[in-house]
Design a protein around this ligand. Structure first.
Ligand SMILES: [Zn+2]
Length: 315
């Protein structure tokens, strides 16, 4: 991981996008210190904390979780132990304990490959992380909507933009520094996964963030970018939804639709097979399913695996 200074008072800790769970974090060295997101396991989060300690003498006063997925908040306990206030949307806290548990991931990591079936690719990704010792520590300062934090006279806008990627999606924007931390509202140069939420809200969220015209954008996954990265993902989501609509209307299955969608400029994004998540979401929406209906994760992972093989076989 690499600590990068963005502006006079803002930083990002970036992990190279090696696939599942390689997320980014942010730090604002004002008002006692504000951290945006932790990492998926304790060793990585401890390293993150030590990096932030190189630029500030304070223990971070506040931590914001952009959403409840473990790769952004399973390191929370290391901050709770030093008295950091943990802030999140109330739906982030609600879904926090509904997410798959560290114990489940540890048992999956110990399962023989030949018993994993379509989950094999997912579990191979899990094995790069260390899920020992994690005590789920949800945010305790809960937001219902947009909020502003005053950090020594520099304002941070915490904007609620969910349910888009998940129910409790927050982003953090510092107008004075022109820096935006998006969490997983933005996957940059990597194919997005969407859980609970809708295309309309996600596309609307990206349009709202583009209008802020941030100079630096720290995505949830992938390298630093600017407003162009926001536009790129918005156009991808619009394209996939439109393509999926045509296949849905033609009565095709989700996997058939996903195989037929031409990726064009998006073929170079990492993990293109995650397209299966977006096609599944589109079909659920076209069928009138509500945004919070649980996803059939096993089936979607099976389609991700099929698509991976399909792309590998068709250069
Ligand atoms: Zn993530």
């Amino acid at each position: 991981m690499e600590l990068v200074q963005l502006t006079a008072n803002t930083y990002a800790c970036l992990q190279p996008d090696l696939g599942l769970g390689y997320s980014n974090s942010g730090f604002v060295d004002l008002g006692g210190g504000l951290v945006i997101d932790t990492f998926w396991d304790l060793p990585r989060t401890a390293e993150l904390l030590s990096k932030y300690e190189t630029v500030t003498s304070d223990r971070p006063r506040r931590l914001v979780n952009t959403h409840h997925n473990g790769d952004h908040c399973w390191g929370n306990q290391l901050f709770a132990e030093i008295g950091t206030e943990i802030i999140g949307h109330e739906l982030c806290a609600e879904y926090f304990m509904l997410e798959a548990s560290p114990a489940l991931f540890l048992s999956l990591c110990d399962t023989d490959d030949d018993e994993l079936g379509s989950m094999a690719g997912f579990v191979h990704g899990l094995r790069r992380f260390d899920f020992h010792g994690i005590e789920l520590t949800p945010p305790t300062t809960l937001l219902k909507g947009d909020t502003e934090l005053d950090l020594d006279g520099t304002f941070v806008q915490l904007m609620y933009v969910g349910p888009a990627h998940t129910p409790g999606d927050l982003v953090a924007f510092l107008p004075d520094e022109s820096v935006l931390y998006t969490g997983d509202i933005l996957f940059n140069q990597c194919t997005p996964i969407g859980w609970e939420g809708t295309f309309e809200n996600w596309i609307g969220a990206l349009a709202r963030l583009e209008a802020l015209e941030p100079g630096v954008v720290v995505p949830g996954h992938g390298p630093l970018t600017d407003v162009g990265g926001l536009r790129g993902l918005r156009e991808y989501l619009q394209y996939v939804r439109d393509e999926a609509r045509a296949h849905f209307n033609a009565g095709r299955s989700t996997i058939d639709a996903a195989k037929r969608i031409e990726l064009g400029p998006y073929a170079g994004w990492t993990e293109p097979e995650r397209l299966a998540f977006q096609v599944d979401r589109a079909y659920r929406e076209f069928s009138g399913t509500s945004w919070d209906t649980p996803i059939d994760t096993m089936r979607v992972f099976s389609e991700v695996a099929q698509l991976r093989d399909h792309f590998a076989a068709s250069p």
